[in-house]
Design a protein. Structure first.
Length: 172
């Protein structure tokens, strides 16, 4: 057994012990409402995405749950989803202008290796923490819309506030 295998096992065991609502944040019912603004390729959309994160992008230290600089996985997932959004619009805009894309001019976050990492990470996340909300089929659509159904959610503003509080904490 290699050193990296042992470290991965230990880290996996540690993270498994703190999984779940470790902060005891309040939960509430939330109906998903479509907000096209988050999907756009604009400066306004960039600002909306930036607003989802605390000031230091979710990195914090906490004496009990994160003695080393860490982040909650959800902030990583949002970073990834935002990168996929930005990559989509970059490619869309270049294609619509009839131009060619020079990969060296593309930020690392939008390059294929990072996007592949993000897609697989989001796949794992969705399979690990599936949202079991029932979505009723819309026969006129031939599927489901994903909006208008009630979900059980952690209070996002509470999570963001908790993280912001611990972002400035200095570990010993």
């Amino acid at each position: 057994m290699g050193f990296s295998t042992i470290i991965a096992f230990i880290l996996g065991r540690y993270t498994a012990t703190i999984k779940g609502n470790i902060l005891s944040l309040p939960e509430s019912s939330h109906i998903f409402v479509y907000n096209r603004s988050f999907a756009e390729g604009s400066a306004e959309a960039d600002d909306l995405w930036e607003g989802l994160f605390p000031q230091q992008h979710g990195f914090f230290t906490h004496p009990t749950i994160a003695p080393q600089r860490s982040t909650f996985s959800v902030y990583h997932y949002l970073h990834c989803l935002n990168g996929i959004r930005q990559g989509y619009w970059l490619i869309h805009d270049v294609a619509m202008a009839g131009e060619r894309l020079n990969e060296s001019s593309v930020p690392m976050m939008l390059r294929p290796p990072h996007i592949r990492h993000c897609i697989d990470l989001l796949r794992h996340s969705l399979m690990c923490n599936p949202d079991l909300t029932i979505e009723v089929k819309d026969d006129s659509l031939g599927g489901v819309r994903g909006f208008g159904e009630e979900h059980k959610c952690i209070d996002w503003s509470e999570l963001k506030q908790w993280t912001a509080t611990w972002e400035s904490h200095k570990s010993n």
